[in-house]
Design a protein around this ligand. Sequence first.
Ligand code: ARG
Length: 282
Amino acid sequence: MTMTSPASTRHERIATRRTVLMCRPEFYTVSYRINPWMHPEDPTDTSLALTQWQTLHDLYASLGYRIELIDPLPGLPDMVYAANGGFTLDGMAYGARFQYPERGPEGPAYMDWFREHGFEVAEPVSVNEGEGDFLLVGDAILAGTGFRSDAGSHDELRRIFGREVVTLRLVNPSFYHLDTALSVLDPDPEHPGIAYLPSAFDRASLEILEERYPDSVLVGDDDAAVLGLNSFSDGRNVVIASRAAGFEASLRERGYVPHGIDLSELLLGGGGVKCCTLELRW
Ligand code: ARG
């Protein structure tokens, strides 16, 4: 008898070498409040943020990823969250247009970087916060809206990349970017794998997720509350918040190799592993 195992229980996970863009948190602090995690009245420790960020950087290097760096700019404390800098695919970069003026200048800074590094840049018309809200799974782009990126940006994505774009509506202000509520574990079109926090989505979006990805890892509130879903996977290695213990166990069960990391200082700005990581797809 032949045994076939569904995607959820496959135990041979294959890593694909990633190229990522990161930004050192040299000017990191919390000086304004644009998400519920941020408390400008509380102190932050920039040198601790730098140390924790370096650990993430070095872990990526040890996993064999190619790492590109963009220079941090003074006065842009959130620039460390590189995921918001744009969305890249097929050598094209769709630039970000930030919702809050505090982050506005990051958009052009990232677009300049993309241009200087061989991407064809599509200037954004609609508000959108890049890979914070847009995640590639198989041949489709999952696109969040509700808090930051406008639904209009989903149409732009469709036009620019010619891919299927699946709109998902976020409903919990603590999970304001798609990458805080949903994690792509395996982007392979043959056996896509994702994890998500069901309560972060409206009913219609949940139905879409359940139908498209019946084998998903459903993550609980405790893991989501430490931004456990804000993780980065190469198809085998999954870099996650070390405090997301339940998520870590689910990943192991499915044959992934979780790598826990502590980014507590960057959590004060409302970001984690994935927020600090923009995937580059030339
Ligand atoms: N303080 C930043 C903001 O509110 C955090 C961004 C987190 N990035 C992410 N990709 N979820 O915009």
